[in-house]
Design a binder for this molecule. Structure first.
Ligand SMILES: [Zn+2]
Length: 318
């Protein structure tokens, strides 16, 4: 398995260790002192920062800095230092926009808030951070999420969308109601022709659909289709995890999600059980997407549960 995927998995586990009570005892935190922040210029004044956890996008310019997502609290100082090292501005990180509530994207909220940044996120991100709850796929992935402390909660929340007018750009966060979670935002940098897709687009194999936090496979596919239809063909795409990508990469991801969902739905229509689908290796044609965390079997279980959860919701709809 590639080093990238392994590194991502460690960061995913670090999220578990920091935020999920159940797993805390079992997982070891990484050695934060060894984590280095790698900065990549994406386009114009937009940069991508990688350390551990979700990719960070940064708009760095004369008005100051806006970042999208903030990885983990122990990395906040290094992230600040990496932004300073660009030598573009001495002004602070004025805003942090969270793409969704997962700990590997919001873990730095407290130190950034304490340093004076204003946290912005969709309503459901604040709700889930505040209440805690369960993240999972309705099956063998089940993680208890502790309520976050007050300083981690976004100060400004929005329902559908919000725009931050800074560095000569209308940086827009747009909510998609049901994909990876129920609080996903995709962030557009229209002047620089860059988009940060949060965990709605990943380059690390099969995705984690957080069904227990309002995630949904069809909602996810619909969100991505809507987004790519309105983006210029040469837009640069920052994924939640993995390298800077393009729209063809996103299309490939959508196709995989559609085809795998279709394959599982056909099996379910034929009355097959989850065990039967596993035995028949129904996802074998997509085995190159199997990751260290979300393996083919875990993804199959997720798709299976998603189909039944969808049906349940439908049956109970008034
Ligand atoms: Zn996530």
């Amino acid at each position: 398995m590639s080093k990238k995927i392994r590194t991502w998995m460690i960061s995913a586990l670090a999220g578990v260790a920091l935020f999920y009570v159940q797993a805390a005892a079992a997982q070891q935190e990484p050695d934060w002192s060894k984590v280095q922040i790698k900065t990549t210029k994406v386009s114009g004044n937009i940069y991508m920062l990688e350390g551990q956890g979700g990719n960070i996008a940064a708009s760095v310019g004369e008005d100051g800095i806006v970042i999208v997502d903030d990885q983990f609290a122990p990395l906040a100082e290094k992230i600040q230092a990496a932004l300073k090292d660009l030598k573009i501005t001495d002004k602070p990180v004025r805003f942090v926009i969270n793409t969704h509530y997962h700990g590997d994207h919001t873990g730095g909220n407290v130190p950034f808030n304490n340093a004076g940044s204003t946290l912005i996120a969709q309503d459901n991100v604040r709700k889930r951070l505040e209440s805690g709850g369960t993240a999972g796929n309705g099956g063998s992935i089940k993680m208890d999420v502790k309520p976050a402390e007050k300083a981690a909660l976004p100060i400004i929340t929005f329902g559908h969308d919000v725009t931050v007018h800074l560095n000569g750009e209308d940086i827009r966060a747009l909510h998609f109601p049901s994909g990876h979670t129920d609080g996903d935002s995709i962030i557009f940098f229209p002047k620089n022709n860059v988009v940060h897709m949060g965990d709605d687009f990943l380059r690390i194999g099969f995705p984690f659909v957080d069904l227990d936090s309002g995630g949904n496979v069809l909602g996810w596919i619909g969100a991505l289709e809507e987004v790519i239809a309105r983006l210029p063909p040469d837009v640069k795409v920052i994924p939640g995890h993995g390298p800077v990508s393009n729209l063809d990469d996103v299309r490939e991801f959508i196709k995989m999600m559609k085809d795998t969902r279709g394959a599982v739905a056909r099996g379910v229509q034929q009355g097959k059980s989850l065990d039967q689908l596993k035995r028949e290796k129904v996802l074998e044609p997509w085995s190159n997407w199997s990751g260290e965390w979300i393996t083919s079997d875990l993804y199959l279980e997720t798709l299976y549960n998603d189909l039944f959860r969808g049906a349940e919701t439908f049956a109970h709809r008034p």
